[in-house]
Write a protein that binds this ligand. Structure first.
Ligand code: FA5
Length: 344
């Protein structure tokens, strides 16, 4: 075939294919077909040497021109295809600022926090202030100032987690009672406070005992305070907290920082008083230790025990929550199981 016709047909064919090419892969195939090592245009250029000079110059010029045109056509098309790919990626990754946001599911307060807040509300309505104290405590405040000197057997009531270095006598507080002393040191009576907070004990866990739990300390000091005041306040608290009358009993007990001392139990609401694992089959749940502030505690904070009287108590916050929600195992509060927590 005449060279010139051949070149014309190649041009037409190549340009048609380039126009149709849908992606860079196809374009690459077209490039190789026409301009690759064994490409159709390349072959023509190679065969020129066989021609006579005059024809070689003429055809050579045309063939080189065609090579440039096709190269240019391919380059332009490649740009277009790349731009298309870029546009697609952009479309996919683009942030649509007008799109509605993804909803973050709201959490809610832990049941123990809910109980704490409710108890605070009730006490505040009876004129009590809410006070906090440190979780890392000194031996002095946790024991000595509470009339529990070193070597006193009563220290064994509280299985203590001591902190290193031991000579600094630091520990994780075993109860909220040290805040009684801390508060009275700085605030002269008359006073009414409650102290909610986390406490720690190195003891075996069971359905009603944890190593980490919460207490609410209470302290009321004035000129003329008696156990009758204590009983009335606790009955009021339970009535408002449980929204019904609750049977309680005071059991004589012993705490070095109160005299007389007692423990307050309430009918176990988990079993209705029949006896279950939560109340160790007794039908009663021990809710708090309490008593009249011991003269030595007043002395430790520089107050004259002849001038002042008061009651103090330390209530198990977790136990209140167990009774409120009829939960038969305290450990559920600390398991972090959302199926449990979502119920509150
Ligand atoms: C005390 O901790 C005294 N500080 C209470 C007190 C305060 C007495 C003021 C007198 C005056 P006790 O160790 O009994 O006492 O603990 C008080 C309450 O905390 C218990 O009645 C119980 O409700 C709760 N409690 C005790 N140990 C645990 C535990 N391991 N897990 C959960 N709750 C507990």
């Amino acid at each position: 075939m005449e060279y010139m016709v051949k070149l014309k047909l190649l041009k037409k064919g190549a340009q048609k294919e380039i126009k149709k090419a849908k992606d860079l892969k196809e374009l690459d195939r077209i490039f190789r077909k026409y301009l690759g090592k064994r490409g159709k245009i390349t072959q023509i250029l190679r065969s020129l040497k066989k021609l006579k000079k005059e024809k070689r110059v003429k055809i050579g010029k045309e063939a080189n021109l065609l090579k440039k045109i096709i190269e240019e056509n391919i380059r332009e098309k490649a740009e277009k295809l790349k731009e298309k790919v870029r546009a697609e990626i952009f479309k996919k990754e683009r942030i649509d600022v007008t799109a509605p946001g993804k909803k973050v599911l709201p959490g809610h307060l832990h049941p123990l926090t809910q109980v704490q807040r409710r108890v605070e509300e009730i006490f505040q309505s009876m004129g009590f202030s809410v006070i906090e104290g440190p979780e890392i405590e000194t031996e002095w405040y946790n024991f000595d100032a509470l009339n529990i000197p070193k070597e006193h057997p009563a220290r064994d009531f509280w299985d203590t987690l001591w902190l290193k270095p031991k000579n600094q006598k630091l520990l994780l507080r075993t109860h909220t009672s040290p805040v009684q002393v801390r508060y009275m040191e700085k605030n002269p009576p008359p006073l009414r406070i409650i102290v909610p907070g986390r406490v720690f004990r190195h003891e075996a866990t069971d359905a009603s005992h944890e190593v980490n739990f919460y207490q609410i300390e209470g302290l009321m000091v004035d000129k003329d305070i008696s156990i009758a005041n204590f009983k009335a306040i606790i009955q009021k608290l339970f009535k408002r907290f449980f929204e019904k009358s609750i049977k309680i009993r005071l059991r004589p007990s012993y705490f070095p920082f109160t005299e007389p001392s007692f423990e307050v139990d309430m009918t176990c609401l988990t079993c209705g008083g029949k006896g279950c694992s939560a109340c160790q089959r007794t039908g009663w749940m021990e809710m708090m230790g309490a008593g009249m502030v011991h003269p030595n505690v007043f002395k430790a904070v520089g107050l004259n025990p002849r001038d002042w009287q008061g009651f103090a108590f330390g209530m198990g916050l977790d136990r209140l929550a167990m009774m409120r929600y009829k939960i038969n195992d305290i450990r559920l509060f600390y398991g972090g199981d959302l199926r449990f927590l979502k119920q509150f």
